[in-house]
Design a binder for this molecule. Structure first.
Ligand SMILES: Nc1nc2c(ncn2[C@@H]2O[C@H](COP(=O)(O)OP(=O)(O)OP(=O)(O)O)[C@@H](O)[C@H]2O)c(=O)[nH]1
Ligand SMILES: [Mg+2]
Length: 233
C-alpha cells in the first residue's frame, strides 16, 4: 500500500485510492468485445457471483436439470484450483468448462474471451459464468454479461449488502439462497432485502432453495423471459 496515495477516512480507518483504473479500462474494452459476440449469436450471458459456498454450482446443476430439454445452455466456471465444479455441472448433462485462475480471486473479461472459442455460441441460448466465490473483487470486473446475479445465502448472515455494497450495486438480481434453512437461522429476509434495495433500488429479489427445489421454477421463468427478450431484439 502506498501510504502517500491513501487518505484518511472517518472513524480512523485508512482508505486507499483506487490504483487499478488502467487495469479496469483494459478489462472493459474486452468486455465490450464479448458483449458484441453475444449479441451476434443471440446468447444470453449471465454472471453468477457470491461468497464462497453460497450455492452457485448447485444452482447451475438444478437449472441445467430444469432447462436442458427446453433450451441449450452451458456454463464456464472459475475457481482458484481444481476442476471439481465443472465436473459436477457436466454430470447434469450440459457443457461446462473450468477456468483455473491459479490464485486470482475473480474472473476477468480476458479470461472469458480466451475460453469463448470452445463454445458453439450460435447454438447456445444461455451461457452462465460462475464466478470465483468472493463478494469483493468480482464486483469490479465487467465480463460482458447481460445480467449479474448475486446469491446471498441464508447461512451468511443478513448484513452483507451494506458491508459489501459494490456487488449489490452492480447486480441486477439478488437470489436469497438456501431458504430451506431459514427456520433454523437468525436471518431476516425483510432486513436483507431492505438493505439491498437501499444500496440498489433497481435490484430484483427472489428466494430459492436449489436443494429443495423451491423458487427454481420462478428463477427459470425469469431466465426464459430474458432469453426471449434478447432473441427478439
Ligand atoms: N441447505 C442447502 N444447502 C445448499 C443449497 N444449495 C447448496 N447447498 C450446499 O452448500 C454447499 C456449497 O454449495 P456449492 O453449490 O458448491 O456452492 P458454490 O457457491 O458453488 O461454492 P464455490 O464455488 O466454492 O464458491 C454444498 O454443501 C451444497 O450442498 C440449498 O439450497 N440448501
Ligand atoms: Mg461452485
Amino acid at each position: 500500500m502506498n501510504i502517500e496515495k491513501s487518505t484518511k477516512a472517518a472513524r480512523g480507518t485508512v482508505q486507499c485510492e483506487n490504483t487499478n483504473i488502467n487495469l479496469l479500462k483494459a478489462n472493459d474494452y474486452v468486455a465490450e468485445i464479448i458483449r458484441n459476440e453475444m449479441k451476434k449469436s443471440n446468447t444470453l450471458l449471465i454472471n453468477i457471483t457470491s461468497s464462497a459456498g453460497s450455492g452457485k454450482t448447485t444452482l447451475m446443476q438444478k437449472t441445467a436439470e430444469k432447462l436442458k430439454d427446453k433450451i441449450t445452455l452451458a456454463v464456464m466456471v472459475g475457481d482458484l484450483e481444481t476442476e471439481r465444479d465443472a465436473e459436477r455441472i457436466r454430470e447434469s448433462g450440459i457443457q461446462a468448462l473450468q477456468i483455473v485462475t491459479g490464485g486470482i480471486c475473480h474472473l476477468e473479461a480476458q479470461m472469458i474471451h480466451q475460453v469463448l472459442p470452445e463454445y458453439k455460441l450460435d447454438d447456445i441460448d444461455l451461457l452462465f459464468i460462475e464466478n470465483v466465490g468472493n463478494l469483493v473483487c468480482p464486483a469490479s470486473f465487467d465480463l460482458g454479461e447481460d445480467y449479474r446475479v448475486t446469491l446471498m445465502a441464508s447461512t451468511e448472515g443478513d448484513d452483507k449488502p451494506k458491508k459489501y455494497p459494490r456487488m449489490f450495486l452492480t447486480s441486477d438480481m439478488m437470489l436469497i439462497s438456501k431458504c430451506d434453512l431459514l427456520p433454523y437461522l437468525p436471518f431476516s429476509v425483510d432486513a436483507v432485502t431492505k438493505d439491498a434495495l437501499e444500496v440498489n433500488h433497481e435490484l430484483e429479489v427472489m428466494q430459492i432453495s436449489a436443494l429443495k427445489d423451491e423458487g427454481i421454477d420462478e428463477w427459470c421463468d425469469w431466465l426464459l423471459e430474458k432469453i426471449k427478450q434478447k432473441q427478439n431484439n
